[in-house]
Design a protein. Sequence first.
Length: 245
Amino acid sequence: MNDQQLLRYSRQIMLPEVGIEGQEALLGSTMLLIGMGGLGAPAALYLAAAGVGHLIIADFDTVELSNLQRQVIHYTNDIGRLKVDSAKETMQAINPTIKITCVSDLDEGNLSKWVGLSDIVLDGTDNFETRFKINQACVALKKPLVSAAVIRLEGQLSVFKGYEANQPCYQCLYPKEGTDNNNCTDNGILAPVAGMLGTMQALQAIKVALNLGEQLVGKLMIIDALDCSFRTVTISKDANCPVCQ
């Protein structure tokens, strides 16, 4: 690291759990963020600021007025722009020293390519069909998956390493049968709840990258913002899971 990098990341380097070695590991890592919405927006801001060396951001959508209430990486002047372009501009304003790759055409045909180029994948999408496909690619390519979901005043967060013998994947938690696509378009969401979950998603990704402390591997954190409760439950590997068995 040069002098400017040492100064930029000095408050992280001061932490004995990170240090220069840990900061260099972050600078050398690549993370794929799928979705630049309510979860991906705060996650991208903090990962860029923290110095993740290469961030691949994927989203096909454009910025709408209704997004601005919670998708804090976009601004009023960005309405109509591709979310990845708007997000990249904001991220570069925070940290111009990292590499940012924009993907606006992520689909089933190229998903494995982008997952394969990444060390860690963050899923900030809002529908089960896409989440299942992301999970399947992560298991096949042995990539840690940091998954978050948020709706109304509630959120969930977990880290999946379904490629490991005793660890569940996303589909162990949510089988394809009987899943409903509830999203904030139909149910609403309180803005800071998305910010809280997206920030915690970024934190988990950094902890996985640096192998720090307690991680939510094989665990699901359930958050109720209305009564300020945090509950963690254990997730077991499904012996009949068609993805990770």
